[in-house]
Design a protein around this ligand. Structure first.
Ligand SMILES: Nc1ncnc2c1ncn2[C@@H]1O[C@H](COP(=O)(O)OP(=O)(O)O)[C@@H](O)[C@H]1O
Ligand SMILES: CC(=O)OP(=O)(O)O
Ligand SMILES: [Mg+2]
Length: 404
């Protein structure tokens, strides 16, 4: 069965086409800058040369049409006809309290995703556009949605409630949801496999450190706490997001700087984090390079980023009353040896003993980066959210077939 996995953003559509017989990716790519002066199309068919194109693509329906055309293209295609795609799976960031697992899309599911627009205004409207664009181009193909929030629905009330008047939870569902759940779930299962121990016996802290960053406390394979909250702004310092700050800063800064609600929102989501402190950019590679060149702001940004992550690791070890392993994943977690080293150097009180040689290896392979004597294990595990989406979609389609 061929399954197309889609991660639709406000101005981009990323995709991977899976052949589920061997779980192989037969094509991948993205359409960026949708609706701007010119869109950038990148397409990588397995075993064939990459295709790059710049053209006008004004909305998601055209972007999906473009993807389907490439997949069946006489020279670059990997399929004879788009009817060989049997299902589509989408990443959806916010599932609120309604979805604790992945589901097939129907009218009710679409209504619920729409209702959640206000909780994830940057993400959910774009996902909906992706779903509608697939519907327009492939009306008979079943679609599934896989939620970032679903894995964290196991959090207990002590972790998911905010200490604010309960009427806000009752009326508006203001609570902590957590995100990147697909990634936290995937790497926790891989960690158990690598450690050769049942997931049920383990207390893990998984650190998904990409552009957006969050960590999760996982006991027996269930998320018991995570650093992102009602929205993906809470928690760790990120590329352009502040993470935790004193909430009183919001009204105070609005008053002092004469900011509107949307300006203060944009300040905390798009102009904070590494970008604000380094005054350089949000990309960790750039920060590390500048730091090596002696840039003091870059060093401060790196140190704050590491310090805030380490404090969460300490907090989650306390939350779980123990810790077996820490997992680093996503763009920064998988690739930044200096960040992992700085975090681990300062966790000796937990019995973390880093193997500096293995940590420094320029490798994207799954690996243990602590010494045999280390009391807490540390692992690097490349995440694969697309594979989880493909698997969930495949399972939902098989279940549906067995019911019919
Ligand atoms: N070799 C590297 N060293 C340090 N950081 C890296 C490296 N490669 C990628 N990154 C970081 O990974 C980030 C992107 O992570 P990723 O998980 O792809 O983010 P997202 O999926 O949220 O867009 C980049 O912003 C960059 O800072
Ligand atoms: C939920 C979230 O922050 O996603 P991303 O890291 O893709 O921005
Ligand atoms: Mg990501």
């Amino acid at each position: 069965m061929n399954i197309l996995v889609i991660n639709a953003g406000s101005s981009s559509v990323k995709f991977q086409l899976y052949d589920m017989r061997e779980e192989t990716v037969i094509a991948a790519g993205k359409v960026e800058r949708i609706g701007m002066d010119s869109a950038i199309v990148t397409y990588e068919p397995a075993g064939k040369p990459e295709v790059h194109a710049v053209e006008e693509i004004l909305e998601h329906t055209t972007a999906i049409r473009k993807v389907l055309d490439l997949l069946v293209h006489p020279a670059h295609g990997v399929l004879k006809s788009s009817s060989e795609i049997e299902a589509v799976g989408h990443r959806v960031v916010h599932g609120g309290e309604s979805f604790a697992s992945s589901v097939l899309v129907d009218e009710e599911v679409k209504r619920e995703i729409k209702r959640l627009f206000e909780l994830a205004p940057l993400h959910n409207p774009a996902h909906m556009q992706g779903i509608l664009a697939v519907e327009a181009n492939m009306p008979d193909v079943p679609q599934a949605v896989v939620f970032d929030t679903a894995f964290h629905q196991t959090m207990p009330p002590v972790a998911y409630l905010y200490p604010i008047p309960s009427v806000l939870y009752k009326r508006h569902k203001i609570r902590r949801y957590g995100f990147h759940g697909t990634s936290h779930a995937y790497v926790s299962e891989r960690a158990a496999a690598l450690l050769g121990r049942p997931l049920e016996e383990l207390k893990l802290i998984t650190c998904h450190i990409g552009n957006g960053a969050s960590c999760a406390a996982i006991v027996s394979g269930r998320s018991v706490d995570t650093s992102m909250g009602m929205t993906p702004l809470e928690g760790l310092m990120m590329g352009t997001r502040s993470g935790d700050i004193d909430p009183a800063i919001v009204p105070f800064a609005m008053g002092k700087e004469d900011l509107t609600l949307s300006e203060v929102n944009s300040m905390l989501n798009k102009h904070s984090g590494l970008l604000a402190i380094s005054r350089l950019g949000s990309d960790m590679r750039e920060i590390q390079q500048a730091m090596a060149d002696g840039d003091a702001n870059a060093k401060l940004a790196f140190d704050m980023y590491e310090y805030r992550l380490r404090k969460y690791i300490g907090a989650y070890a306390a939350a779980m009353n123990g810790l077996d392993a820490i997992v680093f994943t996503a763009g920064v977690g998988e690739n930044s040896a200096p960040l992992r080293e700085a975090v681990c150097r300062n966790l000796s009180f937990l019995g973390v003993e880093l193997d500096e040689t293995v940590n420094a290896q320029r490798s994207s392979a799954e690996r243990l980066i602590t010494t045999p004597a280390s009391r807490v294990q540390v692992l690097v595990i490349p995440t694969n959210e697309e594979l989880v989406i493909a698997r969930d979609t495949y399972q939902l389609i098989l279940n549906r077939r067995s019911v019919i």
